[in-house]
Write a protein that binds this ligand. Sequence first.
Ligand SMILES: Nc1ncnc2c1ncn2[C@@H]1O[C@H](COP(=O)(O)OP(=O)(O)OP(=O)(O)O)[C@@H](O)[C@H]1O
Ligand SMILES: [Mg+2]
Length: 249
Amino acid sequence: MTAPSPFLVAEDLVAGYGEADVISGVSLSVARASLVAIVGPNGAGKSTLLRALFGLLPPRGGRVLLLEEGGSALDVTRVAVHRRAALGMALVPQLDNIFPNLSVRENLELGLGLRRPSGEQLAEVLELFPMLAARAGTRCGTLSGGQRQMVALARAMVRRPRLLLLDEPSAGLAPSAVEELFDQLAAIKVNGTTMLLVEQNARRALSEADWAYVLDMGRNRFEGPGPSLLADERIAELYLGGLAGAPAG
Ligand SMILES: Nc1ncnc2c1ncn2[C@@H]1O[C@H](COP(=O)(O)OP(=O)(O)OP(=O)(O)O)[C@@H](O)[C@H]1O
Ligand SMILES: [Mg+2]
């Protein structure tokens, strides 16, 4: 087996708000068509890291690179968000990721951009999310939390992104909805989409992740295959609320 080729690489990324650096020198690598998880305590800087990777927050230092299979590296550190979207990057933010007053279909169409022909990509995404196909005309404000997260995910998927950045998609969901969401992420991975997933539901995320990072106080403390981190006593003690099997903290 050859080593997996990286798609997204961050080198020594520094980002923050006002005077303070929140991310202070984070490096990471996300292999093509893999699921990489970032876990860590509240306030560790996970959302800030995703914003910096996507360009919503201009990094103060370091680089963000997209590596093409041919070997060429594209430095996107200073590239505008809409250009990154055109390059195949998509972010599903932690909060306010759908329009509650619009229907499922309208939310997906907005994901595509209004001037684009929508039929084929919309149909493709509804096939991936049959639950939404049945509710295409429903106003999103009346959906359950799990259904809304599916809309947010589907809204990002309509553009056929190559790299999905996901900020706590399972937050606030009932256990059955969490399971459904992780099944959906597995299906998206099979599709060949690369994913970088920030999760509060750390045990579940680590068990699924090909590779994972533990972010704490703006730095990477640990990295490794998700299941190995999950089995690591120090990590369980420090970040997962103790022994394996205990409720995720
Ligand atoms: N818009 C902002 N302006 C100023 N400070 C901010 C802003 N957003 C976040 N911060 C600060 O940056 C730090 C990291 O926040 P961030 O949201 O990145 O953490 P997180 O790891 O995503 O936390 P959580 O698990 O609670 O989502 C916190 O101290 C927070 O107060
Ligand atoms: Mg966050």
